[in-house]
Design a protein around this ligand. Structure first.
Ligand code: ATP
Ligand code: MG
Length: 657
């Protein structure tokens, strides 16, 4: 059904979803979260967060929970002191869990390593001593440019232990991307590897570091882990990890740092512009990472085996591979490689091998699994899985259902977690065992979090209305700024709704009739068709709900009559090629969208493509598709995971004409 643009709404609400999945009694009875958690947080927010902070070990207790007097710069747990690495490692050894496996590491070529908490402690201490010997101390910046090897995690924790700040740069980024990030925060040290395995082959990594360091004078040393054994050029700045770290003492006494001591800088992926160095600090960040890990994933440290498939180059890898899980004494799988190496069942083989019980991934991967076919996961024993998570983009309802049926055995609750690099930790998500889940909706702000959907004037929209997602209360793991650019921090997040004092997330959202929140993609991507403001997400979800479609990306292209017209790019399931995209099939898809969400959302044009342009973190880059749709030369493709995709798409479209 179509609606005229609702009064006071910034976005149309087109899609309705009636399926809900209440938690089983069994799950609810054992869940970490109980309904009272919401009431407790509502009754006294600061007392609630103070209680969550007690999950950690503090050397000195705080005197004030929140100081917001210098807004938008927050101070949480003022006066408190703690060591983040101690909280993630040593205290578990001291409480008698030194023999518990912290990390089941699985290399892409099939090598593996089980690292206990006692071993993790020794490795982190050795690395901390090594970094200290290289002159690294509190507040120094260390760039970490590595594949998913255990040393990457040791390095992050060694920095935290010394009070140095890490700046992890994704190992797939170019020398130039690395250089700008090193320069922006004047890193003193770079930690890297000789090379990395990718799709079954070793690829060099250090040459990119050499190139970046040659142009970045702040770098004094480069610490190199041997991973692939490939030949590397060597300079007097270079030090082998095995020569320096292995010989260090495995004892190191952690120092307690102020709760607001900087912990890391992480540059956002740059889907929308020049990367921003997002700054996070210690006490509040770790509190919320730890709290969310426990409740959102229902983590039971004695019995669960957890696996987050992110790369540590993204914030998800920081909060849900390193700080959240380890502060909760998790046993987790860390996998080095790609999901289809050596075959498309690799993830399920790993789930089966380790008995993974909690699995956290991104919609892009779920849609890829759909494309590969349900018969692949069906070959493996996935019965250990009991909680599934999703992050990074809106998950289309059909992908959600597919995930539940084919991975979760039709019963594991799915937590669709909305958050950002800037928020540091999960903000909006159902709590498993408490909330009846709904395919496609992130649903409710977590206890302790304030989130709203508002219109252009900053007024909350009614149920059924769409607008902008804002956060209306400070939260412990919120960013403390953009490195070196206070003005950009204020402009980007705090000026849009400055009067109301809301944090502007940059995402479109709506409430459904029950008041649950649906994320609708970036505000910049919203389409305007004959005065209707339509979200790309809703049209994409409608397309993906057709049985032939595996993935869809939708953009608004300028249109002489309607302002913008909807142009859709679709990938068909099971690898069907563009010959399956004949006029009949396209018409069927257009009609399907009209039926699902209304004639106004009917795409003007649908193109069948073999691939979609994605960032390295798996997000669709709609700006490039807009270029194609508007017959322009394609813009900057340097942050694409695979820059040849655009050629493929253009070539396919030429031949199809
Ligand atoms: P940049 O800010 O540089 O453009 P980015 O926004 O892609 O990069 P991240 O911080 O990794 O970098 O991503 C956060 C964004 O991802 C959110 O603002 C939102 O658009 C999207 N997102 C994350 N989780 C979800 C989710 N569960 N549902 C919908 N969207 C999500
Ligand atoms: Mg962003």
């Amino acid at each position: 059904m179509t609606q005229s643009p609702g009064q006071g709404q910034a976005l149309d609400n087109l899609l309705t979803e009636s399926r809900t999945f209440p938690p089983s009694d069994e799950f609810a009875a054992q869940a970490n979260a109980q309904p009272e958690l919401y009431e407790e947080a509502k009754a006294d927010r600061e007392a609630f967060w103070a209680k969550q902070a007690e999950r950690l070990h503090w050397d000195t207790k705080w005197t004030q929970v929140l100081d917001w007097s210098d807004a938008p710069f927050a101070k949480w747990f003022v006066g408190g002191k703690l060591n983040v690495a101690y909280n993630c490692v040593d205290r578990h050894v001291e409480s008698g869990h030194g023999d518990q496996v912290a990390i089941h590491w699985e290399g892409e070529p099939g090598d593996s390593r089980a690292i206990t908490y006692a071993e993790l402690q020794r490795e982190v201490c050795k690395a901390a001593n090594a970094l200290k010997s290289l002159g690294i101390g509190a507040e120094d910046r260390v760039a970490i440019y590595m594949p998913m090897v255990p040393e990457a995690i040791f390095s992050m924790l060694a920095c935290a232990r010394l009070g140095a700040m890490h700046s992890v740069v994704f190992g797939g980024f170019s020398a130039e991307a690395l250089r700008t990030r090193i320069e922006d925060s004047s890193c003193k040290l770079v930690i890297t590897t000789d090379g990395q395995f990718r799709r079954g082959n070793p690829f060099p990594l250090k040459p990119a570091v050499d190139e970046a360091v040659a142009a970045a004078p702040s770098v004094e040393k480069v610490l190199v882990v041997r991973r692939t054994g490939s030949e590397v050029a060597w300079s007097d700045k270079d030090v082998w990890w095995h020569e320096l770290v292995d010989g260090q003492s495995d004892v190191h006494t952690p120092e307690a740092f102020d709760s607001e001591h900087p912990l890391f800088i992480l540059y956002t992926s740059g889907t929308t512009g020049k990367p921003k160095g997002i700054l996070h600090t210690s006490g509040g960040y770790l509190t919320q990472a730890s709290y969310t890990q426990h409740y959102v994933f229902d983590l039971k440290p004695d019995t669960d085996v957890y696996w987050c498939t992110a790369d540590i180059g993204w914030v998800t890898g920081h909060s849900y591979i390193v700080y959240g899980p380890l502060s909760n004494r998790v046993t987790q799988v860390v996998y080095e490689g790609t999901p289809n190496t050596p075959h498309e069942g690799r993830h399920w083989e790993i789930v089966q091998k380790y008995g993974v019980s909690i699995y956290y991934t991104a919609p892009t991967l779920i849609r890829t699994f759909m494309k590969w076919g349900a018969d692949i996961p069906a070959k493996y024993d996935l019965s250990s899985l009991r909680v599934l998570g999703s992050v990074g983009e809106p998950i289309n309802p059909e992908a959600w259902i597919w995930y539940r049926e084919n991975v979760g055995g039709g019963k594991a609750p799915i937590v669709d977690t909305w958050w950002q690099t800037e928020t540091g930790a999960i903000m909006i998500s159902p709590l498993p065992g408490v909330i009846s889940t709904k395919p496609g909706s992130a649903q409710q702000p977590l206890p302790g979090i304030g989130a709203k959907v508002v219109n252009d004037e900053g007024v909350e929209v009614p149920h059924g209305g769409g607008g902008y997602l804002v956060l209306d209360e400070p939260w412990p793991s919120m960013l403390r700024g953009i490195w070196g650019d206070e003005e950009r921090y204020r402009d980007t997040y705090w000026s849009r709704f400055g009067e109301q004092g809301f944090y502007f997330a940059g995402d479109g959202a709506k409430y459904d009739a029950d008041g649950d929140i649906w994320l609708l993609g970036r505000v910049d991507d919203v389409m305007n068709v004959s005065g209707h403001r339509i979200s790309t997400t809703e049209v994409e979800s409608a397309l993906v709900s057709h049985p032939t479609v595996a993935e869809a990306a939708v953009v608004g292209a300028s249109d002489a009559t309607t302002g913008q017209g909807i142009v859709a790019f679709v990938i068909l399931r099971g690898g069907a090629g563009s010959d399956a995209g004949g006029a009949e099939a396209i018409k069927a898809l257009r009609d399907h969208v009209a039926k699902e969400i209304g004639p106004i959302a009917k795409p003007r044009q649908i193109m069948v493509v073999p691939e979609l342009p994605k960032t390295r973190s798996g997000k669709i880059m709609r700006r490039l598709l807009r270029d194609v749709a508007e017959n322009r030369a394609v813009g900057d493709v340097t942050t694409l995971a695979d820059s040849s995709v655009m050629d493929l798409i253009s070539a396919g479209l030429q031949s199809g004409k």
